[in-house]
Design a protein around this ligand. Structure first.
Ligand code: SF4
Length: 283
């Protein structure tokens, strides 16, 4: 399958040079690869996105998609996956979307080990609303909501996900598209909750590309053991001089929907024809 099959006719309105383009391109290549290798059919791929610049990705990829409320990417995917376990579901969220409004959903999806992939476009700022503090904004960074500089300690998303029991924890970088593409493919093939925090440069409000590029290194080229929780935790502490990217942690665990539904696929069942029928089932 050609990757261009996933091109959408919608006009792209992201700013020139935005890191979102790398995530979009990488994701479309991964989808083509999943189809080519027989993992899924194109119609079995479902994506969801939240509110923010990243959210437009639902318009830019020609697959089944669900453009949801702010912070609700995870619950929308949870409903879709529980109803039909045969689908490949991939969520896109911003750092404000995932780590602020939607943080409780992220926590519970990780601890439950839902079989979904979540890609967070982390540009450390609310960009669509022209620059306000998010939970990953660095200390001292000036935004419209913190004109003297943020004084709040930023959240470490990798530590959060490790602590919550996520079975696949990774970090990507929009300055290295090939690496990002390989990482998303691994995540999409992981059976369980796969989380990727992507350092996404935002030329308009947080142009981090040149700042991060010399510091970023691939931990998987340095003999990191992805099954070693303590090693993953230590690597995730690194930030200032060297910024690790790659797969930090990956283990197998039973998935949520298998335990909840067994082999039952709700999407195959005869739909109830009326609200009365639905209510009768609970009477
Ligand atoms: Fe990308 Fe930033 Fe422009 Fe939004 S504001 S489209 S994140 S460069």
């Amino acid at each position: 399958m050609d990757v261009r099959e996933f091109d959408s006719p919608t006009k792209n309105t992201w700013c020139p040079g935005c890191g979102n383009f790398s995530i979009l391109t990488a994701a479309k290549h991964v989808m083509a690869e999943l189809v080519k290798s027989g993992d899924v059919k194109p119609e079995q791929i479902v994506i969801s996105s939240g509110i923010g610049c990243h959210g437009k990705i639902s318009d830019y990829i020609k697959v089944n998609s669900f453009y949801c409320l702010h912070g609700r990417v995870v619950p929308s995917l949870m409903g879709i996956k529980v109803a039909n376990q045969r689908l490949k579901v991939i969520g896109f969220a911003g750092d404000g979307d995932a780590y602020d409004e939607g943080i409780s959903h992220l926590i519970h999806a990780a601890r439950r080990n839902l079989d979904i992939t979540i890609i967070v476009h982390n540009n450390q700022v609310f960009a669509l609303t022209t620059s306000q503090v998010t939970p990953t904004t660095p200390i001292g960074f000036k935004t419209k909501s913190a004109p003297k500089g943020s004084f709040e300690a930023p959240l470490n998303p990798l530590h959060l996900m490790l602590a919550c029991g996520a079975t696949f924890v990774a970090r990507g970088f929009t300055g290295d598209m090939q690496h990002l593409r390989a990482l998303i493919l691994q995540a999409a093939r992981h059976r369980g909750f796969a989380f990727i925090d992507v350092l996404q440069h935002c030329p308009s409000f947080n142009p981090t590309l040149q700042k991060f590029k010399p510091k970023v290194y691939d931990i998987n080229k340095e003999g990191h053991n992805v099954q070693d929780f303590a090693a993953a935790w230590e690597r995730a502490k690194e930030w200032n001089d060297r910024i690790p990217i790659g797969l930090f942690y990956c283990v197998e665990k039973e998935i949520y929907e298998k335990q909840l539904m067994g082999g039952r696929v709700l999407a195959d069942e005869k739909p109830l024809s009326s609200v009365r029928d639905v209510l009768k089932k609970f009477m």
